[in-house]
Design a protein around this ligand. Structure first.
Ligand code: SF4
Length: 362
């Protein structure tokens, strides 16, 4: 039975769709968020929009954008005897030859946690072992790692980071693909605020920060359509119940105390300037990427060589840049399913292939 709140949500959704469908302006709108993709796929929003309003999925799934190099590094170190701890989805993402899950099946000690605090507890409880926490994610998860580092992690634990920040990727995309406007992720903006998106106004791209209900996404599309019709480009906050212009100052300070920005590789996009956070010099002693460099560099070089000659069936790289959709992949829903994923976009429930499979019409 449908609740009163759900009835209201349906009513709001209908009204928003009526507005969007009144004289729509053709547009290519990109979101940068796996949770937005889940909402769009779950409620079939694309099929309710005018045909001329296209919603593209960008590189908004942290598991999906983590490059092979970082996954291979974690696997090499796990196979050398370090206990690698990471988030569940990362276990199943294939590296060049295998996933962390495969490495675990062949004897490596790889464990799954929900937060860095769980990893700290495990390391404290096993002082005879050496642990590596493989930390991935966007601005939403980085403050938790920064906070744990500031509190102090045990001596038998290091951290391998593969953090990403979204605005540099959005800026990179406008040079690479034909896009008219962006829906920005509300949970990221809850940390960063909206000031770091203002440069899109000068570049002429409307941006709306949105929440994650179906009506949040539709409202963002309506606001972007209005801007495009008026030929203006503003950053609008359509999620004020959570997002403040200045962001979360405590979390931002925490990030800044521990990390500095650096260039980094994104799957599908290549190297993007200043798009990641790496440890500041004073924290290099806990950086697994630096401290264990001699233990993984040779094998990583060999895997890079193998990767060059490997035939790629997975088109995740094109999906993450909005150039293709999962239906363009010949193995989508056949050899590649959430139960046996071939690429990262099918692994995570923030991945486009995963959501298209889960909410597809059968
Ligand atoms: S369906 Fe699988 S193989 Fe195809 S692009 Fe998606 S994740 Fe990659």
């Amino acid at each position: 039975m449908i609740s009163e709140i759900e009835k209201k949500a349906v009513d709001i959704q209908k009204k928003l769709l009526e507005k969007i469908n009144e004289n729509p302006k053709p547009a290519r709108i990109m979101h940068i968020c796996g949770t937005h993709e889940r909402t769009i796929a779950k409620y079939g929003l694309r099929s309710l929009l005018p045909k001329s309003v296209e919603v593209l999925s960008g590189p908004g799934c942290p598991v999906c954008v983590t490059p092979d190099d970082d996954i291979d590094t974690a696997i090499i170190l796990a196979k050398k005897g370090y206990t690698v701890i990471t988030f569940g989805d990362m276990l199943r993402v294939p590296g060049t030859e295998e996933s962390l899950f495969d490495a675990r099946s062949s004897g490596a000690d790889v464990r799954m946690v929900y937060s860095i605090d769980d990893a700290v507890k495990i390391a404290k409880g096993n002082p005879e072992k050496e642990f590596i926490f493989f930390a991935i994610g966007f601005e939403t998860t980085i403050p938790m790692t920064a906070a744990a580092v500031k509190r102090g992690i045990p001596e038998n634990m290091k951290i391998l980071t593969s953090f990403k920040q979204t605005p540099p990727a959005m800026e990179f995309l406008i040079r690479d693909i034909n896009v008219d406007a962006f829906i920005a992720p509300g949970h990221v903006a809850a940390i960063t605020g909206t000031n770091n998106l203002k440069f899109f106004e000068e570049k002429g791209y409307p941006v709306v920060v949105a929440g994650f209900e179906s009506y949040d996404v539709l409202y963002a599309i309506l606001l972007l359509e209005n801007q495009l019709k008026q030929n203006i480009a503003k950053v609008e906050n359509a999620y004020p119940r959570v997002v403040k212009e200045e962001g979360n100052k405590i979390a931002l300070k925490m990030i800044d105390d521990v990390f500095e920005t650096s260039d980094s590789e994104w799957r599908g996009l290549g190297i993007i300037p200043k798009s990641s956070f790496i440890f500041r010099k004073e924290y290099e002693n806990i950086d697994a990427g630096i401290q264990y460099k001699d233990y993984y560099t040779k094998e990583l070089e060999e895997l890079r060589e193998k990767r060059k000659s490997k035939k790629k069936n997975c088109i995740c790289a094109l999906i993450l840049t909005g150039k293709k959709t999962p239906e363009n992949c010949p193995v989508f829903g056949k050899q590649c399913t959430p139960a046996s994923p071939i690429g990262p976009c099918m692994v995570s429930d923030e991945g486009m292939c995963h959501n298209w499979y889960r909410y597809r019409k059968v």
